[in-house]
Ligand binder design. Structure first.
Ligand SMILES: NC(=O)c1ccc[n+]([C@@H]2O[C@H](COP(=O)([O-])OP(=O)(O)OC[C@H]3O[C@@H](n4cnc5c(N)ncnc54)[C@H](O)[C@@H]3O)[C@@H](O)[C@H]2O)c1
Ligand SMILES: O[C@H]1[C@H](O)[C@@H](O)[C@H](O)[C@@H](O)[C@H]1O
Length: 352
């Protein structure tokens, strides 16, 4: 295949970022079609991307004969209809998470893709493409820490859009730890409990933020996550796994950690006791923290589509499994109890 011709639907924060990466850094692909609910946004971007044009109806953009593959960076509630159109037109699609916003529609997507007999859907769980997560997975699989017993995660955002409610903290943010747990440990999550600490006084009225999530997995591992999306500080994503032979920690922003003299401190006494200072920069948002991961994710997806494999990473099943775990999480947000994850077995859907 010559260059892969991609339509990007939704040119907000993620969509525009993907357009920039394809245009500037991805090999073997071009953006030919842009679409947004607000056509003027798509027009403004198209004016900066030679060879691209705007198609105002998202379903027409998917069906366009000059489109080989699709990136969905539209809000979650629109994904179901757009994914079904991609399946109908046999177009490989990289769908930003979530697959869809509820379990029933996610399962329907899994079944429809399975009926086609070929995989077309990849889901944008980009942490699987992050160098640190890849390394961690490699060490776990090599048995370096022995049997993994527990994991501790932190997921902090400086702010979220005003439309965010407490259930979106589960479905939009915690969903990444759901996928990380499934990715690192190759097993399903069986129960979820959400604990509600005192809400951040700086959070919008009624938003339960932070939340502490507790997962148990099929083999009995425990994973805890602090999700806190209105810190006002910066973007922090950390994961620590603890096993019978050791532990590992990623996400410390240690690209640059400085240790040096504190100009405010004087040497005391004989000069052999001097207080220092250490610190570094924290990434402001997911765009910077996971920039390399998104690049890697999109390049590998483009390569897979050009090879005819269409998917190289998490697929529709992973999106469905994440939706099922999040549904139990939202239930627990109400009940305060550990809720069981209700999922069909993968083997009950041939081809899934
Ligand atoms: N993987 C990640 O780390 C990550 C990060 C941020 C967002 N996301 C996901 O990416 C998607 C987009 O998020 P965002 O932060 O870029 O949102 P955004 O609001 O910045 O952008 C969404 C864009 O889609 C447009 N839009 C709305 N309805 C549409 C429709 N029916 N058809 C076409 N365009 C439509 C909006 O006008 C907007 O320009 C969501 O699914 C979100 O969960 C993933
Ligand atoms: O949509 C975003 C995105 O998925 C980020 O990776 C996550 O940190 C945010 O919490 C979420 O709102």
């Amino acid at each position: 295949m010559t260059e892969l011709r991609i339509a990007v639907l939704g040119v907000g924060m993620m969509g525009a970022d993907h357009v920039a990466r394809i245009t500037e850094r991805t090999k073997g692909a071009v953006v030919t079609v842009l679409n947004d609910y607000f056509p003027e946004k798509a027009e403004a971007l198209a004016a900066t991307i030679p060879g691209s044009r705007v198609i105002n109806d998202p379903l027409d953009a998917i069906a366009d004969p000059e489109v080989d593959a699709v990136i969905l960076a539209t809000p979650g509630p629109t994904h179901e209809k757009q994914l079904l159109a991609c399946l109908e037109h046999n177009k490989p699609v990289m769908c930003e998470k979530p697959l869809t916003t509820d379990v029933a529609t996610s399962l329907e997507i899994v079944k429809r893709e399975a009926e086609l007999g070929r995989k077309l859907i990849q889901v944008g769980f980009m942490r699987r493409f992050d160098r640190e997560y890849e390394q961690l997975k490699g060490f776990i699989d090599d048995g370096v820490f022995g049997q993994i017993l527990v994991a501790h995660c932190v997921h902090r955002n400086p702010a979220v859009p005003p439309s965010f409610d407490s259930s979106m903290i589960v479905k939009d943010s915690l969903v990444h730890e759901v996928d990380v747990t499934r990715f690192l440990f190759d097993e399903e999550i069986t129960t979820v409990q959400i604990i509600k600490p005192s809400a951040n006084p700086g959070a919008p009225e009624g938003l339960q933020d932070p939340q502490i999530a507790l997962f148990t997995t099929e083999s009995g591992r425990h994973v805890d996550t602090e999700v806190f999306v209105t810190t006002g500080v910066a973007y922090e994503v950390r994961t620590e796994v603890v096993g019978e032979l050791g532990s590992a920690f990623i996400g410390l922003d240690q690209g640059l950690v400085r240790k040096h003299r504190n100009p405010a401190q004087q040497a005391s006494g004989d000069g052999r006791k001097v207080a220092g200072i250490w610190g570094g920069d924290i990434t402001p948002s997911f765009v910077e923290r996971f920039g390399d991961a998104y690049d890697n994710e999109i390049q590998r997806w483009v390569n897979a589509v050009r090879r005819g494999d269409n998917v190289d990473g998490p697929g529709a099943w992973d999106g469905y499994a994440a939706a099922a775990v999040c549904a139990a999480g939202v239930k627990s947000l109400e009940s305060g109890k550990a809720e069981t994850v209700d999922m069909v077995s993968r083997s009950s859907i041939p081809g899934a």
